[in-house]
Design a binder for this molecule. Structure first.
Ligand code: GDP
Length: 521
């Protein structure tokens, strides 16, 4: 093993709403650190480098990456893995699943907009999984909200106590730098041209800060003292327990705060820990190799049906060529030809350590949630399904292809591409597909045609919210006007509602009904 293999890992994802600056931050992080490898993580926007993997025609047409992948870089004496959370039109169940592969999350918030809906949904998944969250308030170089109000509204919406590590000197739009609340020093913001690799940060002590920015520094001091008096100081145990969130103020576009974020990730974010198996036992990072699949990507190469499975290493060392056991089937799975896709050109990775992400090619046996392992058997729990918000019926356009249609839908369901709902009322001809984002429907349509030669017709349904229903209340819920109850393949009964208002009205009128929200619902 070389030096990189032995360095401690930090594996995280950025959770944000479109336009908060995730791509900008990702690039800025990569600029600061030495990129080791990239698995199609960065969006090919606006003249930036394009995506690595071509994924079906529709991806090429859009020029964006549908896959969630990882960017790996070295910083300090660590190796950092940034796992991409696809957003924009790519928002899908995979976006949530990525969060099962990380040890911490960076919540990126636009200073002018505060918390936005997609961020909130992703946060709920983090909270559910117990993933510690670091908050970065971005775009502080532009006019924005008052910092105290911003923190207040974040606390109200997510229930975590913000504990700022830095405090802005100068209001949003008049950004002079930040007061480092842990050292009492001033990190001064020096404007640099966009894309410059120079770090726009200058470190001054309090005395020099007071001389440089007398009024603004005094104001920042006041804010800092107010926070301390209020008990809003960082507490590592509370952060790891998911009670507080450390906060940094940044301007990703000008690289300010990016080095600070890396330092915080190294210093405060958790290292890969033990992973709990289905039987309740725990696999320690230093135990035999094990990993679980959190994303499967199909049809990347149209010339042969290629299937790429992304797995997070939980324990031990992955070595290319090793034969591992596929826990679901008990069969051996060879990684000899399954070259790992790290790197721009699917170059192989020889070794991966706990916290790293490996991409396994030709992994047709692997499904989302599957475990692979060496040594003692282990099986990790399946990844949860998430609250769908888009619903459509699907039917085959050529009834002569009915068999292929059924097989295709069944497989896409198993792969976790889409959730499939059924009811006696609707019959088997046109099951309902449920998705977290509309792109999942496009994937179904494209794959049904390309892989199963069974073109389908989708008709969207006027529902946007689902709640879990207890079997004994099924009939009562189903009898309500404008509500439909369907069964998901995993047996869970879901009641579908047109919107939140309808749901709330029903809950008000029928307080005895147990309509349970699903994760991120
Ligand atoms: P994403 O959708 O979250 O990936 O957001 P992008 O990184 O594409 O950024 C969205 C827009 O915000 C782009 O025009 C960026 O140049 C801009 N942006 C990102 N970070 C900052 C920042 O710190 N300050 C300013 N002024 N603009 C920013």
């Amino acid at each position: 093993m070389d030096d990189l293999d032995l360095r401690p890992r930090r594996t995280f994802a950025v959770i944000s709403h479109p336009d908060a600056g995730k791509s900008t931050l990702t690039e800025a992080l990569a600029l600061h650190a030495a990129v080791i490898s990239e698995a199609g993580a960065v969006h090919g926007k606006g003249g930036r480098k394009g995506t690595v993997s071509d994924w079906m025609e529709m991806e090429k047409a859009r020029g964006i990456s549908i896959t969630s992948a990882a960017l790996q870089f070295a910083y300090g004496d660590h190796v950092v893995n940034l796992v991409d959370t696809p957003g924009h039109a790519d928002f899908s169940e995979d976006t949530y699943r990525v969060l099962s592969a990380v040890d911490s999350a960076v919540m990126l918030v636009d200073a002018a907009k505060g918390l936005e809906p997609q961020t909130l949904k992703l946060f709920q998944v983090c909270a559910h999984r117990g993933i510690p969250v670091i908050t970065v308030i971005n775009k502080w170089d532009r006019p924005g909200l008052d910092p105290l109000e911003l923190l207040d509204s974040i606390e109200k919406q997510i229930g975590l106590r913000p504990t700022p590590l830095t405090w802005p000197v100068g209001i949003a739009g008049d950004f002079r730098g930040v007061l480092n609340r842990r050292t009492g020093g001033f990190i001064r913001y020096t404007r640099t041209a966009g894309g410059s690799t120079r770090v726009p940060e200058e470190h001054l002590d309090a005395e020099a800060a007071a001389a440089a920015e007398p009024d603004r520094w005094a104001e920042a001091q006041e804010g800092h003292e107010l926070l301390s008096a209020d008990g809003a100081d960082h507490d590592q145990d509370k952060f790891l327990a998911g009670q507080t969130t450390p906060v940094l103020f940044a301007s990703a576009l000008s690289n300010f705060g990016v080095a600070q974020l890396l330092e915080v990730l190294l210093e405060l974010a958790p290292a890969p820990g033990p992973t709990t198996a289905v039987d309740g036992g725990q696999r320690q990072p230093e135990d035999d190799f094990s990993a679980f699949v959190f994303k499967v990507q199909s049809g990347m190469d149209t010339s042969h049906r290629d299937r790429l499975a992304y797995a997070r290493v939980c324990s031990g060392t992955f070595e290319r060529g090793m034969v591992v056991t596929h826990a679901t089937t008990g069969r051996p799975f060879t990684t000899k030809y399954a070259q790992a896709v790290f790197g721009r050109e699917r170059t192989s990775v020889e070794r991966a350590r706990p916290g790293d992400i490996v991409g396994l090619v030709n992994a047709s046996a692997l499904r989302v949630g599957d475990t692979i392992h060496a040594g003692a058997p282990v099986r990790y729990p399946p990844i949860a399904t998430f609250a769908p918000e888009y619903f459509a019926t699907v039917s085959v356009t050529d009834t002569g292809r009915w068999k292929q249609f059924r097989k295709g839908i069944e497989q896409l369901d198993q792969e976790g591409v889409i959730q499939v709902l059924r009811s006696e009322l609707r019959g088997d001809q046109a099951p309902v597909l449920a998705a977290v984002g509309p792109m999942q429907f496009e994937v179904v349509t494209a794959r049904m045609e390309a892989e199963y030669r069974a073109p389908v017709r989708l008709e969207s349904l006027d529902y946007s919210i689902a709640r879990r229903v207890e079997p004994e209340q099924r009939d009562e819920v189903a009898a309500l006007r404008g509500v439909e109850v369907m069964q998901r393949t995993d047996g869970v009964l879901l009641a579908l509602f047109s919107d939140r208002w309808r749901l709330e009205a029903i809950e008000r009128l029928n307080p005895h009904l147990r309509l349970e929200a699903l994760v991120a619902g």
